[in-house]
Design a protein around this ligand. Structure first.
Ligand code: C2E
Ligand code: MG
Ligand code: MG
Ligand code: MG
Length: 284
């Protein structure tokens, strides 16, 4: 009976592994055709300046509507895109879309609305000549129009000319955000080595900031440190008025989260941007 059970378990195990492999292969195929047919959209999440309560920036977040499965989270398909090299086509599409949107808003608003795009370490590492193509495009944009979000892991990768690339971006008028700050490696040495404009405090710290004293202390310390190093701070994942008030109280510069707005279409973003003060309740 034990042997029987063992065999069953073995079968069960391989079946589920096969299912997983099959599922992943389907995802790769579907992602490949999505790239070919440009089946993506960009959503824009407002970033609010806490001092004024105004929407001043946007983070571009990719959306994929799968014909059968509906919305697939980028948290699921970006890693697959990275493994398969599809990230380069996807990343270029995101970039071009963001640059176009930035020009359109500039014309519509008569002001610069900075758009942040996420760039994964894989893109940095293996992008080849795309880097120079991006730079050429960026040099033609007004300064500060585009911000690139990177993560801590990238800064610790000594195999990459990260420093040079970030400097070249800076020369082209691009700003740089450090995304998900506090969740990566704990070395802070890189903060003085690289020119970074914004620290984005990860949502795991902003969550419960109003009820958890140690989270509040951490956020406060991050703000003080960032300001002393000449950086501004953006709090991610702000979901309540109490959290927003607390962040304002500890001198955090910007906030982003469902309390203000979920990521929305470019058209919905425009109406949020044009209203006098940011308020909540906008769903995807
Ligand atoms: P991220 O860059 O840290 O983006 C923030 C994520 O938090 C977004 O999830 C956003 O919808 C979500 N979020 C915003 N406010 C709140 C809130 O108040 N509460 C909660 N619980 N969540 C909130 P999303 O759009 O699903 O993206 C997930 C991740 O996928 C992003 O994390 C980013 O790492 C990656 N990603 C998204 N778009 C792109 C892209 O165009 N290129 C690359 N390379 N990565 C992308
Ligand atoms: Mg981001
Ligand atoms: Mg983040
Ligand atoms: Mg992230």
């Amino acid at each position: 009976a034990a042997k029987e059970q063992g065999r069953n378990r073995y079968h069960y195990f391989t079946d589920s592994m096969q299912q997983q492999a099959h599922y992943r292969m389907r995802l790769i195929q579907d992602l490949r055709s999505a790239v070919e047919s440009c089946a993506f959209q960009l959503s824009y999440q407002p970033i609010v300046e806490l001092k004024s309560g105004q929407v001043t920036k946007a983070e571009a977040l990719i959306r994929w509507h799968h014909p059968q499965r509906g919305q697939v989270s980028p948290a699921e398909f970006i890693p697959v895109a990275e493994d398969t090299g599809l990230i380069f086509a996807i990343g270029n599409w995101v970039f071009q879309q963001a640059v176009k949107q930035s020009a359109q808003w500039r014309e519509q608003f008569g002001a610069e609305v900075q758009i942040s795009i996420n760039k994964s370490p894989v893109q940095f590492r293996d992008e080849g000549s795309h880097f120079h193509e991006w730079l050429q495009t960026l040099q033609q944009q007004p300064d500060g129009g585009i911000c690139i979000e990177i993560t801590e892991g990238l800064l610790l990768d000594t195999n990459m000319p990260v420093s040079e690339k970030l400097l070249a971006y800076r020369d082209a008028g691009v700003q740089v955000s450090l995304d998900d700050f506090g969740t990566g490696y704990s070395s802070l040495a890189y903060l003085k080595k690289f020119d970074i404009d914004y620290l984005k405090i990860d949502q795991s710290f902003t969550k419960n900031i109003d009820s958890d004293a140690s989270n509040q202390t951490l956020c406060e310390a991050i703000v003080v440190m960032a300001h002393k190093l000449g950086m501004k701070v953006i709090a991610e994942g702000v979901e309540t008025a109490a959290q927003a008030a607390l962040l304002q109280q500890i001198n955090c510069d910007y906030a982003q989260g469902y309390f203000y707005s979920k990521p929305v279409s470019a058209i919905e973003f425009a109406s949020l941007y044009l209203q006098p003060t940011a308020i909540a309740i906008h769903s995807e």
